[in-house]
Design a protein around this ligand. Structure first.
Ligand SMILES: [Zn+2]
Ligand SMILES: [Zn+2]
Length: 270
């Protein structure tokens, strides 16, 4: 039973609940290792990051929550670091590395902000060729380990957020597969822990988690570590979809997932 949830957001960024409410809910749900991974501040699009001036308040809040739950639940202060944010200071217990924008011709094109923006970007920026958008997304994903150090590869195929059932582009297209595979190869080489992430399901955008099953099977074949994540933006979702995700990764060959205990990444039986 995985009672570890590390990818969560609060009112310090785009979440709906306070860190206190999130921690209380996690504890009530039997969590033993709980973390918030607030979005890094993002001057190119402030709505996508931690609110200005909140970094220290966030860290202080997590410190006092850690004290409050000492001996009952481990509380961690993480960060979901975006490629285009200023570099983080080395004060976090863990780092999730994420790409939410693709810089192209002087513009920061959002990957996951809305379906309408995604469709519009494909039309106007990539002249109808969504696979080119995906290729640029995966090239940046592969380069991320050179930009900053991180532990967890956030929502590896976020580019498919609005593409469930391949409604916008084919994820069987060889160019798409090649782009995803070369990013995967690079991140596996860097020993990143890949998320199985249910965040878009709890928010009503998708029916299945990131990444697609063929990617999970490929990760398993290469011996990559995986971690279950809710990417919760509300207290009730801290373990959203964990049971289904366990079944999914089991069907893809996994018998263990990674959890964070006492400040260490360890393997735990599913
Ligand atoms: Zn994210
Ligand atoms: Zn997130």
């Amino acid at each position: 039973m995985t009672r570890c949830s590390l990818h969560n957001h609060t009112v310090f960024a785009d979440g709906g609940d306070t860190a206190e409410a999130m921690a209380a809910a996690a504890f009530k749900m039997g969590c033993i290792s709980f973390g918030i991974s607030e979005h890094s501040p993002l001057p190119i699009d402030p709505s996508g990051g931690m609110k200005e001036g909140y970094t220290e308040i966030y860290i202080d809040t997590m410190r006092s929550l850690r004290k409050q739950y000492q001996g009952r639940m481990q509380v961690w202060c993480g960060i979901e670091q975006e490629l285009y944010s200023p570099l983080y200071e080395d004060v976090y217990d863990y780092v999730i590395g994420s790409v939410h924008y693709v810089y192209h011709d002087g513009m920061y094109v959002p990957v996951d902000r809305s379906r309408q923006e995604f469709v519009q970007a494909v039309e106007t920026v990539w002249h109808g060729d969504a696979i080119r958008f995906a290729e640029e997304f995966y090239r940046l994903t592969a380069e991320l380990p050179q930009v900053f150090a991180y532990d967890i590869a956030g929502h590896f195929d976020l580019i498919t957020k609005y593409n469930e059932d391949d409604c916008l582009f084919s994820t069987e297209n060889m160019r798409y597969r090649d782009a995803a595979m070369s990013a995967l190869t690079e991140l596996v080489k860097q020993d990143k822990i890949f998320e199985i992430n249910s965040g878009a399901i709890s928010r009503g955008h998708r029916k299945t988690p990131y990444p697609q099953p063929w990617i999970i099977r490929e990760l398993h074949a290469r011996g990559a570590r995986i971690i279950l994540s809710a990417d919760a933006h509300a207290a009730e979702n801290i373990f959203f979809g964990y049971e289904e995700m366990k079944e999914l990764v089991y069907s893809c060959g996994y018998r263990e997932v990674t959890v964070f205990r006492n400040g260490q990444w360890i393997q735990e039986e599913i």
